[in-house]
Design a protein around this ligand. Structure first.
Ligand code: SF4
Length: 329
């Protein structure tokens, strides 16, 4: 017999309705047969809004390490001894070369990422380099230029937009309640404000978080509702890859069933958005990575992550072919 909540939501979401907070919390507790029904529902919602289409994005770590902030998951924080490679801002030519690699891996979007609290606090020279790189990417036209430069000001957002930037990424990381356990050097409100500035500037706003950092199910639901309220366009779902030397080095990963459940609940709560499974999929989903699309995802990251390796791009391209999905590039 079909689970009555799944049946009700199937009907309601098909008619353009939404999931209530208590219902989302109930979905987060699903196990066994109920969970399988939830995954089927998420798959139907994905197909309704995204059809057979999926996409890849790729990133370059354009300025690495030496970060003043103390995000406990991050290899690039100067507060922890992680042995991460550190280097100053890349030249526009180096960024363009990384974008060409992304294009050859069939990435649709390409993100320039820098370490640090934010571009608002960056040296003027670094800002100039980024603007030059964006102009060059825009002129090249092979990938959609995005950036993840931390905290934004209205003025820098305007400069980035004028240079041709199309998307801005800034993760919430977790819920407002749990964030102070993850970072003490900047407030959650600063993140919210940056996402609001990105949206108001007209960027494709990309914001999500990391799961498996010790947060509870309510935190996962709370973050989804905050993202819903902010009306972000894309939601990266990362699963913690513990970095030796950070305070989260020994945290155990979530079980696979919990990871698929997170993807499915997020699809129910954000039915029309791009749901992007990113960091941790290789390590935690292993041979089950194909199933992330059945759980509701419609996008993923290809190539390497900021400080950890992805799997070879050829394997991801084979996965798309095997599943009969259509890659938007
Ligand atoms: S997540 Fe960003 S702000 Fe936080 S420590 Fe890492 S580089 Fe710095």
């Amino acid at each position: 017999m079909q689970n009555s909540l799944v049946k009700e939501l199937d009907h309601r979401l098909a008619g353009g309705g939404t999931v209530a907070y208590d219902e989302a919390m109930a979905l987060m507790d699903f196990e066994g047969e109920d969970l399988i029904e939830l995954l089927d529902l998420a798959n139907r919602i994905r197909q309704r809004h995204k059809g057979n289409r999926v996409s890849f994005c790729s990133i370059v770590n354009a300025r690495s390490g030496n970060c003043s902030e103390d995000c406990t998951f991050c290899a690039q924080s100067a507060h922890f001894k992680t042995g991460v490679q550190t280097y100053p801002m890349m030249s526009p030519e180096q960024i363009l070369s990384a974008a060409a690699d992304a294009y050859h891996m069939k990435a649709q979007r390409f993100g320039i990422i820098i370490s640090g609290r934010g571009i608002k606090f960056s040296p003027k020279q670094d800002v100039e380099q980024i603007l030059a790189a964006i102009r060059a990417l825009k002129a090249d036209g092979r990938v959609i230029p995005d950036a993840s430069l931390g905290t934004l000001s209205w003025e820098t957002a305007r400069l980035l937009k004028e240079a041709g930037l199309e998307g801005y990424h800034h993760n919430l990381e977790t819920s407002a309640r749990y964030f102070p356990f993850i970072c003490t050097t900047h407030p959650y409100e600063e993140k919210i404000e940056t996402i609001r500035i990105a949206k108001a500037t007209g960027f494709y706003a990309c914001s999500g978080g990391i799961f498996g950092m010790g947060e509870n199910r309510q935190d996962r639901v709370d973050m989804a509702f905050t993202l819903q309220e902010l009306d972000v366009d894309s939601v990266p779902l990362n699963f913690l890859v513990p970095i030796p030397g950070t305070p989260l080095a020994d945290v155990e990963g979530l079980p696979r069933s919990e990871m698929f459940k997170v993807i499915a609940v997020y699809r129910c709560l954000l039915p029309e958005k791009d749901l992007r499974v990113c960091g941790g999929r290789e390590r935690h989903l292993g041979e089950d990575q194909d199933r992330m699309f059945e759980a509701g995802a419609n996008a993923t990251m290809i190539g390497n992550y900021l400080t950890t390796m992805g799997r070879p791009a050829a394997e991801d391209l084979l996965m798309i072919e095997r599943l009969g999905l259509e890659l938007v590039s």
